[in-house]
Design a protein around this ligand. Structure first.
Ligand SMILES: [Cu+2]
Length: 414
């Protein structure tokens, strides 16, 4: 694949595209896809954030070897939202995702249609990543021990598979679907020239109400759906999407360094202004949580080993069980000096509190989430409610080096 003028690198891709093809469906659609494994190792696809039945969720025990195929057939049950897909083979998720295997899975429904948001060339999915390149411009993936402690961090920003790209934009409203598709890097997103984000959605679809924000902290695996209004921007101006510097205690690394991710170049062509939505579709009702069972999961990174409740992932061991339809409160404790973005398969959850560290929740953590960022020594409480599928699913850290090192467990919806 090309990285710009005169520069190429090898990549591992879905359908020879970097990122993979953007899949788009409507709630209630049947999804039928076939994975054809052209790698020299096993792989499997996980539909991140999508409530797939057990056989279609991409659990590593379902991975297929080189040359083999795997058929997916399920009904799309999620509400409108910004979902995505990536590999999930045992201990090889990090390298396969890093080398290029990831794509968007966008879902629409009657509610999203009714909002009449910017569409076509003014609705742009952007997958944000970081890479390391060697002297010849080849993408490098060779994590050292310290890299596995912090996660593998790159120094070159990639957006949609291109280093520091630009996008010409008209002077009107745009919708950006932002995905942090990095293995380990956390982005503190902001726009230059005083522009702000109007946050309308996150992992599991639209939020309760639009919110204007100057910055959004996005951990690996998390998504936000934002509107940006370029109406007042001067023609010829360049607006930069940046990750701002932030400080982080713990082992030294480049986590938190400032990075310019991409540029928007304002066109001189006239464009009709568009109004922002005043209200967003209602969220599904929350389950009652009074007196419901609780479970605690402790994420530790001692001696360079990443564990949940002291154990490394084992393919056939079930670490937690939860009855279908029973709401529970799950507490995730980060008992370590490194961040852990915690991801659940099978259903979206609600984040209800954070203690330690930042000690509060942020607007992009409202609504429905499938991934929540725990900075060092933070803990969060989430309300889980599995209502669709019984079966074996995963909880894991979405820092992919941590995941592959064993910070993952099986839970069974019974
Ligand atoms: Cu982690």
């Amino acid at each position: 694949m090309s990285l710009g003028p005169g520069q190429t690198s090898r990549a591992w891709m879905y359908d020879d595209l970097l990122p993979g093809p953007t899949l788009r469906g409507r709630t209630g659609d049947g999804v039928r896809m076939t994975l054809v494994n052209g790698l020299q190792e096993q792989t499997v696809v996980h539909w991140h954030g999508v409530d797939a039945p057990e056989h279609a969720d991409g659990h590593p025990r379902l991975a297929v070897g080189p040359g083999a195929t795997l058929a997916y057939d399920f009904t799309l049950e999620n509400r409108a939202g910004t979902y995505w897909y990536h590999p999930h083979p045992h201990e090889r998720t990090a390298i396969q995702t890093y080398r290029g295997m990831a794509g968007f899975f966008l879902v629409d429904d009657a509610d999203s249609d009714a909002l009449d948001l910017p569409a076509g060339s003014r609705e742009v999915p952007l997958v944000l990543q970081d890479k390391r390149l060697d002297g010849s411009g080849e993408i490098v993936y060779a994590p050292s021990g310290p890299d596995i402690m912090t996660g593998f961090l790159g120094d070159v920003p990639f957006v949609n598979g291109t280093p520091f790209p630009y996008l010409p934009v008209d002077r009107t409203l745009y919708r950006f679907r932002l995905l942090n598709g990095s293995n380990a890097r956390i982005f503190d997103l902001a726009l230059t020239t005083g522009l702000s984000f109007v946050l309308i959605g996150n992992d599991g679809g639209f939020l309760e109400r639009p919110e204007t924000l100057q910055s959004i902290l996005l951990g690996p695996g998390e998504r936000v759906d934002v509107l940006v209004d370029f109406t007042g921007a001067p023609a010829g101006d360049t607006v930069v999407l940046q990750s701002r510097a932030f400080s982080l205690a713990g082992p030294p690394s480049s986590q938190g360094v400032a990075m310019d991710l991409m540029r928007f170049v304002i066109s001189s062509a006239p464009a009709a202004p568009r109004a922002l939505p005043e209200a967003l579709p209602a969220l599904p009702a929350s389950p009652p949580t009074e007196g419901v069972p609780q479970q605690t999961f402790s994420f530790t990174s001692g001696m360079g080993r990443h564990r949940i409740n002291g154990s490394a992932f084992q393919m056939d061991r079930v670490d937690a069980r939860i009855p279908l339809g029973e709401p529970q409160v799950w507490r995730f404790l980060n008992a370590s000096p490194v961040p852990h973005p915690v991801h659940l398969h099978s259903a979206q959850f609600r984040v209800r509190s954070r203690i330690g560290g930042r000690g509060r929740l942020y607007p992009w953590e409202g609504g429905l989430k499938d991934t929540v960022l725990l900075m060092p020594f933070e803990s969060v409480e989430v309300v889980v409610h599995f209502v669709r599928h019984r079966g074996l699913y995963l909880m894991h850290c979405h820092n992919l080096e941590h995941e592959d090192d064993g910070m993952m467990l099986n839970f069974e919806v019974t």
